[in-house]
Design a protein around this ligand. Sequence first.
Ligand SMILES: *Cc1c(COP(=O)(O)O)cnc(C)c1O
Length: 389
Amino acid sequence: MESTLRRTWAEIDLDALAYNYRALRQRVGADVKFLGVVKADAYGHGAVQVSRTLQELGADYLAVSSIDEAAELRSGGITMPILILGHTPGEQVGRLIDLHITQAVTCQAKALEYSREAVRHGGELTVHIKVDTGMSRLGYLVDEKHFDTGTADICAACDLPGLRAEGIFTHFSVSDEPDADSRAYTEKQLALFRRVIAAVEEKRGQRFAIRHCANSGGVACYPETYMDMVRPGILLYGCGALAEGLGLRPVMTLKTTVSTIKTYEPGTDISYGRLFTTPRVTRMGVVPYGYADGFFRCLSDRCALMTAAGAAPQRGRICMDMCMIDLTDLPSVQVGDEVEIFGRNQRVDVLADAAGTIPYELTCAVSRRVPRIYYKNGQETEKELLLRF
Ligand SMILES: *Cc1c(COP(=O)(O)O)cnc(C)c1O
């Protein structure tokens, strides 16, 4: 469905995605498999379009968080292997097998349930064993006193009927943080992961085909974590300090337009809560970008949006559907002009820092009434609006 409005839209630069993929591929080398993380609609960029591009570029694997996200990719024509990082209910195991989707196994109860359901379905479920080396979220516990039981359970899971243990993986909690303590913690996680793999492979007399742990932090800062496959997300989208350091390009540029300009006398209170009062004669623009589009209300009066003439400070409370920007010092900006919220000219990191969050949260927040416009080879190739008509 096409949007008829020129209101607020996200330009998704698939050429930038291809550039980032090739740069990362070159960094990790041709012998290491490449899994692109496309969960949460590819961090708000459009999972099907991003996955198609990665598939064309020769990526090896994709990861999503749920079976619904995986099924969306299959119906979008994605044929490459897909790993579900989160939990799938036992009754969906038949569907996983039919759709050729790989499932993470995070504990023994899940392993037994998946095995039972796979046998009942009369098929084989491909699984990757998830090891908890210090993230303390999902995964088999293997720290000191759990090492022997944890590795024994993993061996038992790998030999269950109906399961094919293709891979084993873990996840780092601070690999993207530069301080020495974070480095020591990441190295400890990696060492424990290696010990678990060695113990399980020795006991089974068989090695895992795909051992993986490198998220974006690992890819950018720890070459020793690459193993058989890397698993970056945010680096692919060109967001965050690590992406900037590697010269990667932002894939999403979020844009809006100036819909109205009004001039106020000094002492005029702007928007809900009267947060901002004009100190002088003020030329104020209204842009149709509010918190229902994905803006963060906590950024009210604390950020700027980019016009062709420079940065326009955002003034007053951010509303549901719009916000105000100060154009007093930017007299050339007129009604109808484009305004960049983040992307090529203002990195999303700037807004994320001001909001006290990470860029992931801002790209994921771009809501479904914001059309995504896809560009490939510099040309607009597709426009998608995720509303139900
Ligand atoms: C989200 C996720 C990733 C990707 O993380 P980035 O920081 O975006 O690279 C990798 N692995 C797992 C298990 C994840 O949940």
